[in-house]
Design a protein around this ligand. Structure first.
Ligand code: HEM
Length: 131
């Protein structure tokens, strides 16, 4: 008997690492206002933050739970409480993720539909102000 397949089974770690690299590269080049909300607040996203986000996605999509083992429960609302997130930053974040997914055929079909709706839900849930 095999366990129910997860999105992680269809995607795998290398595609997630590539996704995260393109996501933050796109943020740095196309969404400078969003990039500057991230430490060190100069519009660049350091390797350590990229690694944490990739590890988080691996676990969140059903893969190894290394992020939670190292950093505890993600508590995304709490971890974003000091970040000013309104509708514009939510949409900018989603544009970066869409751009990062668009260029890898791993992120098509049912996997893409699933991710589009989950990312939109979570990004909206993280809004903590107007604008
Ligand atoms: C909606 C717009 C969003 C903004 C403006 C935003 C901004 C940020 C910022 C500034 C950090 C801190 C980075 C650091 O400490 O170096 C962060 C961390 C993080 N964000 Fe977001 N974020 C957004 C959406 C999301 C979404 C939708 C997810 C999940 C699907 C997410 C997951 C995370 C994770 C896992 C971390 C790392 C926490 C850690 O330090 O371990 N974020 N985000």
């Amino acid at each position: 008997m095999s366990a129910t397949p997860t999105p992680y089974d269809a995607i795998g770690t290398p595609a997630i690492i590539g996704l995260v690299e393109r996501f933050y590269d796109h943020m740095e080049s196309a969404e400078p206002e969003l990039a500057r909300l991230h430490p060190p607040f100069d519009g660049t996203i350091p390797a350590a933050a990229r690694e944490r986000f990739a590890l988080f996605l691996v676990g969140w999509l059903g893969g190894p739970q290394t992020y939670t083992e190292q950093h505890g429960h993600p508590r995304l609302r709490m971890r974003h409480a000091t970040v000013p997130i309104g509708g514009q930053m939510r949409d900018a974040w989603l544009r970066c993720m869409a751009a990062a997914m668009d260029v890898d055929p791993t992120f098509t079909g049912p996997v893409r539909d699933f991710l589009d709706s989950r990312f939109a839900e979570v990004a909206d849930f993280l809004r903590n102000r107007e604008g």
